[in-house]
Design a protein around this ligand. Structure first.
Ligand SMILES: Cc1cc2nc3c(=O)[nH]c(=O)nc-3n(C[C@H](O)[C@H](O)[C@H](O)COP(=O)(O)OP(=O)(O)OC[C@H]3O[C@@H](n4cnc5c(N)ncnc54)[C@H](O)[C@@H]3O)c2cc1C
Length: 432
């Protein structure tokens, strides 16, 4: 089977979805092909722009000037990063998500968000449910868990938060809300509860449970259970009803917040008639003279007894992620890019890939592809390898999203511009 399109985006994580929206905004035919949902679906949905450069930073824009020459933000330049973030924010605003950025002295700055482990994490563009603006001045805070939800121990969370210098004047109390489910054969997840709270019966359960003690507190911290939609209606409704600020904690997967955001982006893509091909594992590419013609699910005709899917496009966005996403493959001998066999830069020797400090810097995190200012792949002589393939997100090397707290920031900035570049390249090919 063969599909022909203007722009093909490979990957449907944050970078792929953003690239698809940018290319579609130029009126082109866009296809997204992916074999999974990417790490957006297991994330909080909070957009980390730049949280740490050696140490935690408040102003990510100022900190961006301190990054090295190979960092994707440096390659794009802060003006283009800003342009992408603003375009992304407009999409979120159109969908009335209530995403917001904290302000300090008139500047846009990072928020510090509490986690289930009782730590604080910097993030930039955050959903209404994670708004921390009341937390740091609160005198009385309740950490509320739910029976059967093993991810959150309210006592541990409250104990650790209480040790932080920011909360020396804050009193933390804890409660375990009764489960809204009858006895189950498994532990419940935040996603189960968020789905339950999306329905009137579930919302009623939450209001009744919290209503008993809400007025004694300035802020109630909860796991991410305030529904499955990325709007601020439930947060506002609960705040008014209970008379106190309700805030969600950052937690482990499943990523309730990421799933909410993914729905918004997919709705936006549907409005642009972006076509999604799901469960498609692309394994082969056909390129000549530095130009890609098509990608496909099979390298040989008749291989594996399955019908080949071939996608012919004028331009391509490679947003297939890093080692976790499947775009990069490692063996003890080499680190390779899977689909185009593009040269991987920033390759540490096998015995230097990781550090003995589990939470420290791991050189392998920097591994990925190098690109020029148009986000096209380049080799170690800085020569463009493919003139109609544009790179976005974690497939790029030279940055460490876990250490820097820059995951979605890089995915959005590079995704948006890769999408625009691919649209332009596609238009140029059509005119040629
Ligand atoms: C658990 C976890 C939580 C995180 N939380 C946050 C957070 O809250 N905020 C934040 O800013 N960052 C967060 N990050 C970091 C952030 O998720 C990543 O840096 C970013 O999402 C990378 O996006 P991506 O689109 O480049 O790659 P991915 O999300 O990895 O997507 C790769 C896509 O490519 C597809 N793919 C790969 N190979 C092929 C192939 N051969 N054929 C077809 N499809 C293919 C995959 O199926 C997938 O759709 C988190 C990361 C993890 C692991």
């Amino acid at each position: 089977m063969q599909i022909t399109t203007d722009v093909l985006v490979i990957g449907s994580g944050m970078a792929g979805l953003t690239a698809a929206l940018a290319a579609a905004s130029k009126g082109l035919r866009v296809v997204v092909a992916a074999n999974g949902a990417g790490s957006l679906a297991i994330s909080s949905g909070c957009i980390d722009l730049l949280g740490c450069v050696d140490q935690e930073v408040t102003d990510p824009w100022e900190a961006m000037t301190k990054l090295g020459p190979d960092h994707p933000y440096t390659i794009l330049g802060s003006a283009r990063v800003r342009q992408a973030l603003e375009a992304f924010q407009h999409i979120l605003d159109r969908h009335k998500t209530g995403y917001r950025i904290a302000k300090k002295d008139g500047k846009n700055v990072n928020s510090r968000l509490p986690t289930i482990l009782g730590t604080l994490k910097p993030s930039y563009l955050i959903p209404a449910g994670h708004d921390s603006s009341e937390l740091f001045s609160a005198k009385q805070v309740l950490v509320a868990g739910v029976e059967g939800l093993r991810d959150l121990s309210p006592k541990l969370c409250a104990h650790e938060l209480g040790k932080l210098p920011e909360f020396q004047a804050t009193h933390f109390a804890t409660e375990l809300l009764p489960s809204p489910f009858s006895q189950t054969h498994r532990g419940i997840s935040s996603l189960d509860l968020a789905r339950q709270v999306s329905h009137p019966k579930g919302l009623d359960w939450l209001e009744t449970c919290l209503g008993r003690f809400a007025r004694a507190y300035d802020v109630i911290l909860l796991p991410p259970i305030l529904g499955t939609r990325a709007d601020d209606q439930l947060v506002q409704h609960l705040g008014q009803k209970l008379g106190c600020h309700v805030q969600e904690l950052l937690t482990i997967p499943p990523g309730v917040g990421g799933l909410r955001l993914r729905e918004v982006l997919k709705d936006e893509a549907a409005a642009h008639t972006v076509r999604f091909l799901e469960n498609v594992h692309l394994t082969c590419s056909s390129c000549s003279n530095g130009h890609c013609h098509y990608v496909s699910t099979q390298c040989e005709e008749g291989g594996e007894n399955q019908e080949e899917l071939r996608i012919v496009a004028k331009s391509f966005v490679l947003a297939s992620g890093g080692i976790l996403g499947g775009g990069i493959w490692t063996t003890p001998y080499e680190i390779c890019e899977v689909l185009f066999q593009l040269p991987v830069q920033f390759q540490p020797a096998v015995d230097q890939r990781t550090s003995s400090d589990a939470l420290g810097r791991h050189p392998i995190s920097l591994a990925g592809l190098a690109c020029d200012s148009q986000l096209r792949p380049i080799d170690d002589r800085k020569t463009c390898c493919l003139d109609n393939v544009f790179l976005a997100g974690r497939i790029l090397g030279g940055f460490d999203p876990a250490e820097e707290k820059s995951g979605f920031g890089v995915a959005i900035a590079t995704g948006w511009h890769a999408g625009l570049m691919a649209a332009e390249a596609s238009g140029m090919e059509a005119r040629a």
